[in-house]
Ligand binder design. Structure first.
Ligand SMILES: [Fe+2]
Ligand SMILES: [Fe+2]
Length: 307
């Protein structure tokens, strides 16, 4: 099976090649989709009025932007750069390595746009992020899954598959954001720009996993197949989101009793069930990448395939 390059589409469509800088507008629209922040629907928060709600949405956008920077520069680009520079312990063709370098450029550019936007928001609102978070769920989930394997070649394979899974879930997440009617046009604009690149990325990672999976030996497939559920269990938590929401409530200057009631309501706000939208994307990735053609791996992933 040979790798088909996306170099030509990249030259024509990559946002770094085609999109102008976007400027934040000063209007009545929201910073962040309310549907993505269940705190806005808490009856106590709702009673506190628009100003509190806007604070919550702005801080949620800051977190989202910061998460993008972490994801692009520390997670995706670590693996993409290893592949591009031939450091990844599996031989990919020149075309695949060249495209990996275009992914590095795209992701660095997405992080650059995110930094620009955070700065524009700070200047416009006079409000800074109340706290900077230096981890996302993947910052914990990937090293743990990789660590669970002893052979270095298996570790790299697990890392490739974990990045491929996350690149395939982030895409639909950004899509939902880009189409929200209540959000400022410039913010939806940067999400739409980002999305334009991520479609190409999700196919890129699927192709690499397909090639990898077909060429590695049975021992490798079995070892990685056993590690994937461990990765998913760590990835699909809401630990960090909960830490963020708790810290956000704590700095809202509410009476102690009220604060406690809002925090109690937080528990179980983000159920990860087989109906969760991310699961559907993960399942689509499993099918497209050929992982499920390996029977022992299919058995390992059974719980994510039903529903
Ligand atoms: Fe990206
Ligand atoms: Fe990407």
């Amino acid at each position: 099976m040979s790798y088909q390059t996306h170099a030509q589409t990249w030259e024509q469509r990559a946002t770094i090649r085609t999109r102008p800088r976007r400027m934040i507008e000063d209007d009545e629209l929201s910073f962040y989709p309310q549907e993505r922040q269940p705190l806005c629907f808490d009856p106590i928060i709702a009673k506190l009025g628009d100003e509190v709600r806007d604070q919550i949405l702005l801080q949620s956008l800051y977190k989202y932007i910061n998460d993008i920077v972490i994801f692009e520069t520390e997670i995706v680009n670590k693996t993409a750069l290893d592949i591009a520079k031939g450091r990844f312990p599996f031989e990919f063709s020149f075309d695949a390595r060249y495209d990996a370098m275009s992914v590095v450029i795209d992701e660095d550019y997405h992080a650059f746009v995110a930094m620009d936007f955070q700065n524009q928001l700070e200047l416009q609102t006079g409000i800074k992020p109340f706290q900077t978070f230096d981890e996302i769920e993947l910052s914990r989930a990937i090293p743990r899954a990789v660590h669970s394997l002893s052979d270095p070649a298996h570790k790299a394979g697990m890392e490739l598959i974990a990045v491929a899974i996350s690149e395939n879930t982030v895409t639909s997440d950004v899509a939902a954001f880009a189409s929200d009617k209540s959000v400022k046009r410039s913010i939806k604009g940067i999400m739409a720009d980002h999305l334009a690149d991520e479609g190409r990325h999700s196919r890129f990672w699927i192709e690499l996993v397909k090639i990898y999976w077909q060429e590695v030996d049975e021992v490798t497939r079995i070892a990685i197949g056993e590690a994937i559920p461990k990765f998913l269990a760590q990835y699909l938590t809401n630990e960090i989101q909960k830490e963020f929401d708790t810290a956000l409530i704590a700095q809202l200057s509410l009476p102690q009793v009220v604060q406690k009631r809002v925090m109690d309501n937080l528990v179980g706000s983000y159920p990860i069930t087989s109906q969760h939208p991310m699961i559907a994307n993960i399942r689509r990735f499993f099918n497209a990448s050929g992982l499920l053609e390996h029977e022992p791996t299919r058995m390992q992933l059974q719980q994510y395939l039903a529903g």
